[in-house]
Design a protein around this ligand. Structure first.
Ligand code: FUB
Length: 522
């Protein structure tokens, strides 16, 4: 617990606050959000939501992504808050910069202000459970969980356990996991439970009523199918619920099609430390590779907060918080969480386009495409500056074949006179390993057999720039891009494509893809 020096420091901070008047973090900045994401204009990204209800206000603790565009890293220096008295009204208040790791915890490094949670303790004060990096530690992984305390939810925050983190690779006992993503529940009987973990390793432990002392041994949870990270512990009608970011990849998975996506899944338990039973998927993968749940009941309605890449300039490392209704199915026991329907704020009406790829079904020579990559990335209309594997189709395998193809199938014949392709590579042209631009490529179409598209070209091969190909009008139901891999003999590089467009002579309003399987040509 804080000693005299800590108390003196708090007094100085409070005095400074009284002299200067309330900060922007305290008063907040009004935000109008006619839908998701809540902060959408790209000035502030907001991530890892942890909702908490206090009186008549719903608060959401959030991290802040500050990665420059095209940087694939969690650049996260501080936490922030969003608040509203009515999520349906779209009226929110943004409280920026409520805490930074190094300002709150003398033992912490700046940066990596990952997913935390605030809960209100039995003493009426607020406790922030925060994963931060230890400045000095011999641990292989220096992430640790600290606890801060404040009289107001907006701070000022001070270390509630200045002796150091309450969880680390050496505290309370040695562990070899990455100690992040804490979630805390104060049970109806006043007992307190903390879960945390990532990379498929989930741990739970009881806390004493001081909110900081761990008691008893930690449990390791292995029964929550596909658990990856981001646990969220809650209780309803006597049943304990654990929401989490899940990943059990595969074409038939109800969770994720690829390795790097995450669904929000959940399980239930009859008591706070388990045993846990997997129950299903709450939210399908979102536009960011990570997904992160926080659920809460507010004025009689349950909500799920999560993050996406949907804000202006958003991306996998520039995420933004969304909130939608969460509904229960009380006809079963324990009550089930119905799949959450994600909503978006109204956007501009769709513009006419010559690209009709979205109406096609994509296929490839290497089906089933390895779960690292995603065939649907080809025609999802999303182009990222620094794509991750699920933003790409790729032909990578331990022994790359000399030729590969990708194919669009339409339900009805279409008229085409051009195509654009965005190739991706992590090796230079001519490489015989990794992913390199193809040595050559060309288009073929189905015309009673696969034939080269007559008069098509030029077929440039540089990656990361759109390569456009024109040709005299053809009519077909199936179009292929055929790639000759670079390299020779048994040593070939793979080929990867981020987006592939099929162009008609005249722009029309985009048509949705077919819900039923489109037959192959021939
Ligand atoms: O925001 C950093 C990390 O990404 C969080 O700790 C994880 O839950 C994931 O959302």
């Amino acid at each position: 617990m804080p000693g005299g020096a800590g108390a003196a420091r708090t007094a100085i901070i409070v005095a400074a606050w009284s002299l200067a008047g309330p900060s922007v973090a305290q008063t907040g900045v009004p935000v109008t959000a006619p839908g998701n994401p809540i902060l959408a204009d790209g000035r502030y990204y907001s991530t890892d939501p942890a909702p908490i209800v206090d009186g008549d206000t719903l608060w959401i603790l959030a991290g802040r992504d500050e990665a420059p565009a095209g940087t694939n890293d969690f650049i996260m220096n501080e936490w922030q808050l969003l608040s509203t008295r009515d999520p349906a009204s779209g009226h929110w208040t943004h409280h920026p910069a409520i805490a930074r790791p190094e300002a709150v915890f003398a033992w912490a490094e700046p940066g990596r202000a990952y997913a935390g949670q605030i809960v209100k303790g039995p003493d009426g004060r607020f406790y922030l459970y925060a994963p931060v990096l230890q400045r000095r530690s011999d641990a292989e992984d220096k992430f640790a969980i600290g606890v801060a305390v404040a009289d107001r939810i907006t701070g000022p925050w001070r270390d509630a356990h200045p002796a150091g983190p309450i969880i680390s690779q050496t505290t309370p006992v040695a562990n070899d996991i990455q100690n992040i993503d804490p979630t805390v529940l104060i049970d109806d009987d006043g007992r307190i439970y903390l879960y945390w973990g990532t990379f498929g390793r989930l741990r739970g432990i009881e806390l004493a009523r001081d909110m900081v002392t761990t008691t008893g041994a930690a449990v390791a949870v292995r029964s929550l199918t596909g658990f990856f990270e981001a646990p969220w512990l809650m209780k309803r009608h006597g049943t304990y619920y654990m929401l989490y970011a899940g990943n059990n990849a595969g074409a038939d998975s109800g969770c994720t099609p690829t390795l790097y996506h995450a669904c929000i899944a959940y399980g239930t338990a009859p008591s706070p430390l388990g045993p846990w039973t997997w129950r299903g998927t709450v939210l399908k993968p979102v536009s960011s590779t990570t997904s992160h749940p926080g659920a809460v009941a507010f004025r009689g309605q349950w909500y799920l907060a999560y993050h996406t890449a949907d804000a202006v300039g958003g991306g996998h490392f520039r995420r933004s918080i969304a909130i939608d209704r969460l509904e229960w199915d009380d006809s079963v026991s324990p009550a089930a969480i119905r799949p959450v329907v994600p909503t978006r704020r109204p956007g501009p009406p769709p513009a006419p386009t010559r690209n009709i790829a979205a109406a096609a079904q994509p296929h490839a020579a290497n089906e089933p495409v390895p779960v690292r990559y995603w065939i649907k990335a080809l025609n999802d209309g999303i182009v990222r500056q620094a794509p991750l594997p699920p933003d790409l189709w790729a032909s990578w395998s331990p022994a790359n074949p000399p030729q590969q193809w990708i194919e669009y199938r339409w339900a009805q014949p279409v008229t085409l006179d051009g195509s654009r392709i965005l190739l991706w590579a992590d090796h230079p042209a001519g490489a015989d390993e990794g992913v390199a631009p193809p040595a050559a490529w060309h288009l073929e179409y189905w015309d009673g057999g696969w034939k080269p598209v007559p008069g098509a070209g030029p077929y440039a091969t540089a990656s990361d720039v759109w390569q456009a190909v024109r040709f005299p009008v053809i009519r077909t139901r199936c179009l292929r891009a055929v790639f000759d891999a670079s390299g020779s003999g048994a040593r070939r590089a793979a080929v990867a494509v981020q987006e592939w467009e099929a162009l008609t002579p005249h722009a029309t309003l985009p048509k949705p893809g077919s819900a039923t399987v489109i037959p192959a040509c021939g």
